[in-house]
Ligand binder design. Structure first.
Ligand code: AMP
Ligand code: ZN
Length: 638
């Protein structure tokens, strides 16, 4: 049936001039002008009368192909009429793309002319707006169609009104000749534009090209960030600090160089001062995260950089993030793909350059399994189970942080009320298995985000399936294993230990110890509770205490002997008598516990002489009802 001629036509792929996923361009078999194309959807839509708002994206795609075909021919869209017939004769929706010359032997009837030059032709924009407004396109009545077909002829390029079609055709040819005459006056060399090139490509080439362009755009993203003041956390004349867009840990920043240096392998000795400067900015941003000690950050460069601009990662070592989605994400920070700052610095100063990692090596490292936990000797071939495992590290640290927070506030209050100048925090308030480094930190007050809450959108492990058995994946608690908390590179027989660790070397610019600083950068650490993890040695018998505790000393509530570090001057300070220590606020003594904490007027009356703090000092005013100290370390799991 002739109405299906167009459908038949497009079933032959040889007729397709260009196509996309959803539409095809063919030449009109009976062109009514020098250039005449039809754009048809691949979907079986018979006519404009079927269209609704839902088809707007499709319409846009048809129009896009229309402009493509015009460009492919080296012509301009403004010289074309692009639209639909109000009363189409053939099935399968089709968009006419017809040049305005209307010089063609197929233009034989007045009606032909009028279907393109009256309201019988619905420009693309008109149909689009009609659908937007009314959600459909209504058929014209037969009377209207009849009247429009009979419209007196009028030139579409001037106001000439010919008596008949042959006169119009003659006239139109004149217009065309004039135009080509004008064109002959200029030397016309068509410069092939990028778009022309794309249009000449076949579908596969086009896809590849588009992919490349998208990647290049992303690669340029960091350069743009340098000018995007809104995203800059710290800025200097040489570099900026921005938050990583897809953070791979709880804290993840980039220090981006302003100079046009593509990556770490393009650095020379002359760039050492720049590296120094970038490290200064890294230190500044770490200091802003004042509850997290600097040694909990890794600082360095991706050996296989993606971004088209030198950028240095400053990332917390929890690797606790929803954006940690692929094995390569993990490996890019936890294999040789990550080049620590010191290593880059030393390579540059001693060898003058940093060799790029080979593509082959890089691909291998990216996909390397099993994945090794960076905080203990757990390993797994599955990223998801590693994530579940990292969660347990995180959970434990939060727990410790909570306890530390509680203990610190007690200590501060004690200082405040000057109960006992010589008093020390209760060491027994730290439970077995706690990381020493965490409790020795000065500023531990993190953001009050309840990450334990599975419903909390800020919980990066929200999506970790429970079937992974977080408890089962807990880091091995091998009794007596001194390395269980030690950095991976310090384990005996660790295949990933990279010797020599540059950060342990003498460092020319004085940064050697920075990432390992205890406490924070501002001063020497205070370590009231014992040795630092980085210095951790196999723990021998408890060092002798200043004076042995009497046999009846109450440690029962914590079921543990307190730890004291050897050679820690703090622990050598004269200590309060044991009995007095045990009388300081303890979990099991709610009355005492409440005394120095809450600005409770009633309590104040009961114990007026002991309260010297100002209740208006909100710093020490509890936000919630005081909780027993023993529970304070438990993250609020509500
Ligand atoms: P319409 O009046 O909008 O339905 O227009 C149908 C268009 O299809 C006309 O411009 C015809 O010249 C064109 N046409 C008819 N048969 C074929 C065919 N087999 N292949 C390509 N175009 C065709
Ligand atoms: Zn004219």
């Amino acid at each position: 049936m002739w109405r299906l001629n167009l459908i038949k036509e497009i079933s032959d792929k040889g007729k397709w001039i260009i196509s996309s996923d959803v539409a095809i361009v063919i030449a009109d078999k009976y062109p009514k002008a020098q250039q005449h194309f039809l754009v048809l959807p691949k979907a079986d839509i018979s006519s404009i009368f079927e269209l609704t708002r839902e088809h707007l994206p499709l319409l846009e795609e048809l129009h896009l192909l229309a402009s493509n075909i015009v460009e492919v021919r080296g012509l301009q869209l403004k010289d074309f009429n692009v639209g639909f017939h109000a009363e189409p004769s053939l099935e399968r929706l089709h968009l006419h793309v017809i040049s305005q010359d209307f010089v063609s032997s197929c233009l034989k009837k007045k009606q032909h002319w009028n279907t393109y030059n009256t309201e019988l032709f619905v420009p693309y924009e008109v149909l689009r707006d009609k659908l937007k407004a009314e959600n459909s396109y209504q058929r014209l009545s037969p009377d209207v169609i009849h009247a429009l077909l009979a419209t007196p002829l009028c030139c579409n390029q001037c106001d000439f009104k010919p008596r008949n079609l042959p006169l119009l055709k003659e006239h139109l040819e004149q217009h065309l000749q004039n135009k080509s005459g004008q064109n002959n006056c200029v030397i016309y060399t068509k410069i092939e534009t990028a778009k022309d090139k794309i249009n000449k490509m076949d579908a596969k080439e086009k896809n590849e090209h588009i992919k490349e362009q998208i990647i290049q755009n992303i690669r340029n993203e960091l350069k743009k960030k340098i000018n995007d003041k809104e995203h800059i956390l710290i800025e200097s004349d040489q570099a900026v600090v921005v938050k990583a867009d897809y953070p791979k840990a709880q804290y993840h920043f980039r220090v981006v160089a302003k100079a046009d240096i593509a990556d770490v392998t393009k650095l020379t000795v002359d760039h050492l001062p720049l590296l120094d400067h970038m490290m200064d900015l890294a230190v500044q941003i770490m200091e802003k995260q004042d509850h997290l000690p600097s040694r909990n950050f890794r600082i360095g460069f991706k050996a296989d950089p993606f971004w088209d601009r030198l950028n240095m990662h400053v990332i917390s070592h929890d690797f606790y993030s929803m954006s940690m989605k692929r094995i390569k994400h993990w490996n890019s920070f936890n294999t040789e793909l990550f080049m620590p700052f010191q290593q880059a610095y030393i390579m540059l100063s001693s060898e003058g350059a940093i060799e790029p990692i080979s593509e082959e090596e890089s691909e291998k490292l990216k996909l390397q399994v099993p994945l090794h936990c960076n905080q203990c000797d757990f390993e797994s071939p599955l990223l998801l189970s590693l994530k579940a495992h990292l969660y347990t590290h995180w959970q434990r640290k939060e727990h410790e942080r909570g306890i530390k927070k509680q203990t610190d506030s007690i200590v501060k209050l004690l200082d405040e009320v000057k109960l006992d100048d010589n008093a020390q925090p209760l060491p027994s308030a730290i439970s077995e298995g706690q990381s020493q480094q965490e409790v020795s930190t000065e500023n531990v007050y993190g953001p009050p985000v309840n990450m334990m809450n599975q419903a909390n959108i800020n919980n990066p492990f929200r999506g970790t399936p429970p079937r992974f058995g977080i408890a089962a994946a807990a880091p091995p608690q091998r009794p007596g294993n001194p390395f269980v908390n030690a950095p991976r590179h310090q384990w005996p027989g660790n295949p990933f230990a990279r010797a020599p660790r540059p950060q342990q070397k003498v460092y020319p610019y004085g940064y050697a110890s920075r990432p390992q600083l205890a406490g924070n950068h501002l001063g020497p650490p205070s370590r009231p509770y014992g040795i630092h993890r980085d210095n951790m040695q196999p723990r021998g018998p408890m060092p002798p205490r200043f004076s042995p505790a009497p046999a009846n000393t109450v440690f029962a509530s914590f079921n543990q002997q307190p730890r004291f570090a050897p050679n820690n001057p703090q622990n050598q300070r004269p200590r309060a008598p044991k009995q007095q220590q045990n009388q300081r606020p303890r979990a099991h003594n709610p009355q005492q516990n409440q005394r120095p904490r809450a600005p409770n007027p009633q309590q104040n009356q009961q114990n007026p002489p002991q309260l010297t703090y100002n209740p208006n000092q909100t710093k020490f005013r509890p936000k919630h009802k005081p909780t027993p100290a023993a529970n304070a370390g438990q993250p609020a799991a509500k």
